[in-house]
Design a protein around this ligand. Structure first.
Ligand code: KIV
Ligand code: ZN
Length: 525
C-alpha cells in the first residue's frame, strides 16, 4: 500500500508534503552533508511532520547508500524515499537502502522533454516510454509505494506526457510527479498543465499528482500553489528552498501560504509550523549556508518591524502589519536574554526554548564560551546564543578542532598567527607570517593540514547584533575541483571566528566524497 495515497483518498483536501532537502537540496553547491548531519536533519524533518523524506540517491556512492539506509532505520513517522534513475541497478540500490523503513517509497524518474531525450538520454520517445513502464514495474517488486517523475515535464509535449503518465500509473506508480526541472514555467501555465493531465489521462485517479518546482525565475512557490489549486495533492519542497541552482520551492513558504490563506486555499497538511524556525536554523548550521535576512518566513528580518510607522501600528494592533505571528513559526519574542550572572540551568533551558538539544559535552563547552562572552559583552541576546551554539554544534563532531589562536597585527612589523589545532586527538601548533592577520591565520591552518587544490572563494564577516562588542559571524567558502563548501564560525573575536569558519569548511571539504549527480548521467533499463 501507499500510505500517502490512502491518506489523500480518505481526505481529498489533504496535501502530502514531500521533503527533498536531503536529496535535491543536498545536490546544490555547498550543501553536502555527512551521515551524522543527515541523521540530525532527518530527525528534524520527522519532528516537523513531513509526510515523505527523500533521503538521498543510494546508488551514487557507498556513503549515500549508508545515509539512506540509516535514515530508514531511525525515522519514526515519515515515509522514507530513495531516488533511482530508470535503471535496474539504481532501483535495486534504492530498494535495499529503504528496506528497514516502516513506510518506504522508491522514486524513479526519466526525462520526457524532446530536448532531454535527444541530447541527454540519446533515446527515442518509444524507448523512453518503454523505460517508464519497465522501471515502475521493477520498482514495485520492492515496495507498493512507487513515485514516477517526468524530468523536464514542463517542457514536454502534452500528448507524450499524457502517454507516459498513463503508462506509469498502469505499471503501478501511486504518485506521479510533474517537475518544472529548469524553473521555466509560470503559475498559470503550470496549473494548466496539471489540469490538462486531469482532463486527459484516463487512470489519473489511481495516483496522486505532485509538484516539484525549481526557482530559477523566482516562482517556485507560486507554481507549487498553482499546481495544488489545479488538483495536485503532493508538494515537493526543501527547507530554506535549497536545491539545484536557484533552489526548490521553500517548504516554509508553501506551508505558511497555505496556512495564512486558508480562506482561498482550504487545504490541510501535517506540518507543525512551530518547528519551522528550528528546522531552518538546523539546516543553516549543518550546511553553513545561512539564509538572506529578508527571506520570507525564516529570514532575520521576516518579523522585524523596523520603520517607525510600522512599529506604531504594531503597538496599536499587531494585525496592522503582521499577517502571521512569529510564534506560529516557532520564533520566541523575548530578545534580551542573559547576563554573566545566569547559571548553567537557565542557560540550558534557554537553549531548549530556542530549539537546541545539546549533548552534555557540547552543553558544557557552550556554557564556558557563554561565560567568556558575557565577561566581554554587557548584554547577551538570543542571536548571540544562537551564533555561539551553532558554532559549538558544527565543531562537535569534526576531525580537526580549534584549540587556540594568538595573532600579532597592527602597523609595526609583519602580521603573525600562531594557531593550535586538535588533529584527530593530537595537538599541532604552527606560527606563520601573512599578508594581514586573516591571511596569516588561513596560511597557518594550511600549513598544518595542506589542501593545495582548494581555493578560497569567499570570506565574509557580519555582526550578529549591534554595538562594537558584537559577536562576529564569519562565512568561508572553499572550492576544490568544482565542488563548493561553506563554513561558518562565530566568536566575539573576529579573528577567532575566521579561524573557526575556515576549520569548519576544511572539515567538510575533507569529509566530502565524489559522487554521481542523478540528473547528469544518462540512463537505460
Ligand atoms: O528537478 C527534477 O526534475 C528532479 C527530478 C529528479 C525529480 O529533481
Ligand atoms: Zn529537482
Amino acid at each position: 500500500m501507499s500510505r500517502a495515497y490512502d491518506i489523500v483518498k480518505k481526505d481529498p483536501n489533504r496535501i502530502i508534503i514531500f521533503d527533498t532537502t536531503l536529496r535535491d537540496g543536498e545536490q546544490s553547491p555547498g550543501c553536502a552533508m555527512n551521515l551524522e548531519q543527515k541523521l540530525k536533519m532527518s530527525a528534524t524533518l520527522d519532528d516537523l511532520g513531513v509526510d515523505v523524506i527523500e533521503a538521498g540517491f543510494p546508488v551514487a556512492s557507498a556513503g549515500d547508500f549508508e545515509a539512506v539506509n540509516e535514515i530508514a532505520k531511525t525515522v519514526k513517522n515519515a515515509t522514507v524515499c530513495g531516488l533511482a534513475r530508470a535503471k535496474e541497478s539504481d532501483i535495486e540500490a534504492a530498494g535495499r537502502a529503504i528496506e528497514p523503513a516502516s513506510s518506504k517509497r522508491i522514486h524513479t524518474f526519466i526525462s520526457t522533454s524532446p530536448l532531454h531525450m535527444k541530447y541527454k538520454l540519446k533515446m527515442e520517445p518509444e524507448a523512453v516510454l518503454e523505460a517508464v513502464k519497465n522501471s515502475v514495474t521493477f520498482a514495485r517488486k520492492f515496495t507498493d509505494d512507487v513515485e514516477w517523475s517526468a524530468e523536464d515535464a514542463s517542457r514536454t509535449e502534452a500528448d507524450f506526457l499524457c502517454a507516459c503518465v498513463e503508462a506509469a500509473i498502469e505499471a503501478g506508480a501511486r504518485t506521479v510527479n510533474i517537475p518544472d526541472t529548469v524553473g521555466y514555467s509560470m503559475p498559470d501555465e503550470y496549473a494548466a498543465q496539471i489540469a490538462m493531465l486531469f482532463d486527459r489521462v484516463p487512470n489519473i485517479d489511481k495516483a496522486i499528482i505532485s509538484t516539484h518546482c525549481h526557482n530559477d525565475l523566482g516562482v517556485a512557490v507560486a507554481n507549487s500553489l498553482a499546481g495544488v489549486n489545479a488538483g495536485a495533492r503532493q508538494v515537493e519542497c526543501t527547507i530554506n528552498g535549497i536545491g539545484e541552482r536557484a533552489g526548490n520551492a521553500a517548504l516554509e513558504e508553501v506551508i505558511m501560504s497555505l496556512r495564512t490563506r486558508y480562506d482561498i486555499m482550504p487545504f490541510t497538511n501535517n506540518i507543525d509550523t512551530t518547528q519551522i524556525t528550528k528546522a531552518s536554523r538546523n539546516l543553516s548550521i549543518i550546511t553553513g549556508f545561512s539564509v538572506q535576512p529578508n527571506k520570507a518566513i525564516v529570514g532575520a528580518n521576516a518579523f522585524a518591524h523596523a520603520s517607525g510607522i510600522h512599529q506604531d501600528g504594531m503597538l496599536k494592533n499587531a494585525n496592522t502589519y503582521e499577517i502571521m505571528t512569529p510564534e506560529s513559526v516557532g520564533l520566541s519574542q523575548s530578545n534580551l536574554v542573559m547576563s554573566k550572572h545566569s547559571g548553567r540551568h537557565a542557560f540550558s533551558e534557554k537553549l531548549k526554548e530556542l530549539g537546541f538539544d545539546l549533548s552534555d559535552n557540547a552543553l558544557n563547552d557552550a556554557f564556558v564560551r557563554f561565560k567568556n562572552l558575557a565577561d566581554r559583552k554587557k548584554e547577551i541576546f538570543e542571536d548571540d546564543l544562537i551564533a555561539l551554539v551553532e558554532d559549538e554544534i558544527t565543531s562537535e563532531s569534526e576531525a580537526i578542532k580549534f584549540i587556540s589562536l594568538h595573532v600579532i597585527a597592527g602597523t609595526s612589523g609583519a602580521q603573525t598567527a600562531e594557531i593550535c589545532l586538535d588533529m584527530d586527538g593530537k595537538e599541532e601548533c604552527v606560527k606563520i607570517e601573512g599578508n594581514g592577520p586573516v591571511d596569516a591565520i588561513f596560511k597557518a591552518i594550511r600549513a598544518i593540514k595542506p589542501h593545495p587544490d582548494a581555493n578560497l572563494k569567499l570570506y565574509q564577516v557580519h555582526a550578529v547584533t549591534g554595538g562594537t562588542d558584537a559577536q562576529a559571524e564569519v562565512t568561508v567558502r572553499l572550492e576544490e575541483n568544482g565542488k563548493i563548501i561553506n563554513g561558518l564560525g562565530a566568536d566575539a573575536d573576529t579573528l577567532v571566528a575566521s579561524a573557526r569558519a575556515y576549520i569548519h569548511a576544511l572539515n567538510k571539504l575533507l569529509a566530502s566524497r565524489e559522487k554521481v549527480n542523478p540528473q547528469m548521467s544518462s540512463v537505460s533499463l
